[in-house]
Design a protein around this ligand. Structure first.
Ligand SMILES: *[C@@H]1O[C@H](CO)[C@@H](O)[C@H](O)[C@H]1NC(C)=O
Ligand SMILES: *[C@@H]1O[C@H](CO)[C@@H](O)[C@H](O)[C@H]1NC(C)=O
Length: 454
C-alpha cells in the first residue's frame, strides 16, 4: 500500500528498530461488567468489551478461553483474549448524557466500534520478548484517580494514559501520525478541553515487565511494572526500549489500546467557556481515571510466534502471515447480549448508568450507592463475597429488579402497570409486568432480558 512513505511518524522512526502487530477488534458488548475487579456482579460503571465471546461475569484463572470461545471480534482468529475500557459520554447543556459513538481507527477497516490493539516488541531485537502465560491478566490505570500522578513527568507511567484531540482527519497529518504517549502538543493526559472536530483517540499503554511468577495479584497490578527510562517527545513510549526493574525482570510485549470516539456530532454543542462536556463512564470528567483491563487468551503459542516472526513497522495484519485473519463481517457478527437490565447507549440518559455522579477531584473518587441503579455492589467497597448462584431462569446472573426513585434514569422501568409508558420495560426473560405500551410507543426487544417501549 506504500504506507511507509506516507506516515511521517514511521519515516521519522526508522532510526529505531521497531516492530509490532496492530489490529482492530470490534465491540463484543457494552455493559456494566468487570470480571477482574467485581467478578459475578454488576460492576459500578460501564465498560466496552472486545475479543472472544467466552467473556463472562466471572473468568477463572484456569478458563481455557481459546476452547471456550466460538468467535472473536478481533482481526486474528487465534486471539480469544478479552480487553475492556470505560466508555465516554457527552453531557448536554440540559444535564442529560449521550454515549459518544465510536468509529474505526485510521487504516483498520469497518469493524463496529471497539478498539485497536497493539502488541509491540522491544526496539532492541536482541531483547527476547515472552508471550503472556495462560491465565494472565492485568489492569492499567485507576478509575478512582482524578488528578495527575505525582511522578516523574517524563516516565512511561506518567504517559501511559493520554488523549489525542483530532483537529484534522488525515492519517498522515501530524496530529494523527506523531507518536502517541509523548509530551508533544498533540496529547493530553486529561480529557481534551477544546472541541475535537474529527474525534478523540484515547491511548492506553500497559506495563510490559512481569514478576515472572503471578498470573494475577489482588490489585491486578503488582505483578507487573512499567519499564523505566525517559520518554522522548519524538518517539513516545511506542518506540522506547526501557529497562525492566529487577523486581519485574521479564519483558513482555508492550500492550497498547487505542479507542476512537466520534465527537463530530457534538462539536456545535460544546460549551463556549464551560468545563469539558466529556465524562468517562465512572463519572470522571478529568480523564485521569482512564483505565483498561486485559485477560490473555491467545491460542497455544500463537502470540509468541507472531512476536518472533512479525516485524512490520506498521504492524499491518497482512504482514503477519503466521496468524489467521477474520473478515470484518465475521468480527461484527461476534457479539454477546448484555446481562445487565439497563440501557447504556442509543438513548439520552438522565444520569450515567450505575451510581456515578460526576466527581471532579482532585481527591480520589468514591463509590456511591442508593441511587436506585441495578447494582449489587456495596457502598465504599468492592464486593468480596462469592458470586451469587445463577437463577433457574437464566444461564447467567440476573440482577434484581431496580427500585425506582426520583433520581432513577429514564431507562429504568417503573413498577408493572397495565400499560407501559415511554421507555418502560415490556418484556424479557423473567418479566411478569405489562407487555403492551401506551400509544404511540411499541414494545421493542433490545435483548433476551429486556424489551422496551420506544
Ligand atoms: C458464563 O458462566 C456461566 C456460569 O458459570 C456459564 O453457565 C455460561 O455458560 C458462561 N458463558 C459463557 C459464554 O462462557
Ligand atoms: C436534553 O438535550 C438533549 C440534546 O439536545 C436532547 O436530546 C434531550 O431531549 C434533552 N432532554 C430534555 C429532558 O430536555
Amino acid at each position: 500500500m506504500g504506507l511507509r512513505y506516507l506516515l511521517p511518524f514511521f519515516v521519522l522512526a526508522t532510526q529505531y528498530a521497531h516492530a509490532l502487530i496492530r489490529f482492530p477488534c470490534g465491540q463484543l458488548v457494552t455493559e456494566r461488567t468487570d470480571p477482574l475487579v467485581v467478578p459475578g456482579v454488576v460492576s459500578p460503571h460501564v465498560h466496552q468489551v472486545i475479543g472472544g465471546n467466552a467473556f463472562n461475569l466471572t473468568m477463572a484463572l484456569d478458563n481455557d478461553l481459546p476452547s471456550m470461545a466460538t468467535c472473536t471480534t478481533c482481526k486474528f482468529k487465534e486471539d480469544k483474549s478479552n480487553y475492556w475500557t470505560a466508555v465516554m459520554y457527552f453531557k448536554h447543556a440540559n444535564g442529560t448524557f449521550s454515549r459518544v459513538p465510536q468509529m474505526p481507527n485510521h487504516l483498520t477497516g469497518t469493524q463496529n466500534g471497539g478498539m485497536t490493539v497493539y502488541y509491540i516488541q522491544p526496539t532492541n531485537r536482541n531483547s527476547k520478548v515472552k508471550q503472556f502465560p495462560k491465565g494472565f491478566r492485568m489492569i492499567a490505570g485507576d478509575p478512582f484517580l482524578r488528578q495527575k500522578k505525582n511522578i516523574d513527568a517524563n516516565s512511561p507511567e506518567a504517559w501511559a494514559s493520554s488523549f489525542r484531540c483530532w483537529q484534522t482527519s488525515g492519517f498522515t497529518d501530524a496530529d494523527n501520525s506523531s507518536p502517541p504517549g509523548a509530551s508533544t502538543q498533540y496529547d493530553t493526559i486529561a480529557l481534551p478541553a477544546k472541541p475535537c472536530k474529527y474525534g478523540i483517540r484515547s491511548q492506553l499503554f500497559f506495563p510490559a515487565c512481569w514478576d515472572g511468577k503471578n498470573l494475577d495479584t489482588p490489585d491486578h497490578k503488582s505483578h507487573v511494572a512499567y519499564f523505566q527510562g525517559q520518554v522522548q517527545a519524538g518517539a513516545g513510549i511506542i518506540l522506547m526500549e526501557g529497562t525492566c526493574p529487577s523486581t519485574h525482570p521479564v519483558r513482555m510485549p508492550l500492550l497498547f489500546y487505542e479507542t476512537v470516539w466520534d465527537t463530530r456530532p457534538f462539536v456545535n454543542e460544546w460549551p463556549a467557556n464551560g468545563p469539558t462536556p466529556l465524562v468517562l463512564s465512572m463519572g470522571d470528567p478529568t480523564g485521569y481515571g482512564h483505565h483498561g483491563d486485559y485477560v490473555f487468551g491467545w491460542e497455544g503459542n500463537s502470540l509468541q510466534t507472531a512476536m518472533d516472526n512479525c516485524f512490520d513497522t506498521l504492524g499491518l495484519p497482512d504482514s503477519c502471515k503466521q496468524l489467521t485473519q477474520v473478515s470484518d463481517a465475521d468480527m461484527n457478527k461476534c457479539t454477546k447480549a448484555s446481562v445487565v437490565n439497563e440501557k447504556v447507549e442509543g438513548v439520552v440518559l438522565n444520569s450515567l448508568p450505575g451510581c456515578n455522579p460526576i466527581q471532579t477531584g482532585p481527591g480520589p473518587a468514591t463509590l456511591v450507592s442508593g441511587c436506585g441503579a441495578v447494582s449489587t455492589t456495596i457502598e465504599g467497597s468492592v464486593p468480596t463475597a462469592p458470586p451469587p448462584a445463577p437463577t433457574g431462569t437464566s444461564p447467567v446472573y440476573t440482577p434484581p429488579p431496580p427500585v425506582p426513585t426520583s433520581s432513577t434514569p429514564v431507562v429504568v422501568p417503573p413498577p408493572p402497570a397495565p400499560m407501559q409508558t415511554h421507555y418502560g420495560q415490556c418484556g424479557g426473560s423473567g418479566w411478569n409486568g405489562a407487555t403492551t405500551c401506551e400509544a404511540p410507543y411499541t414494545c421493542k426487544a433490545q435483548n433476551q432480558w429486556y424489551s422496551q417501549c420506544t
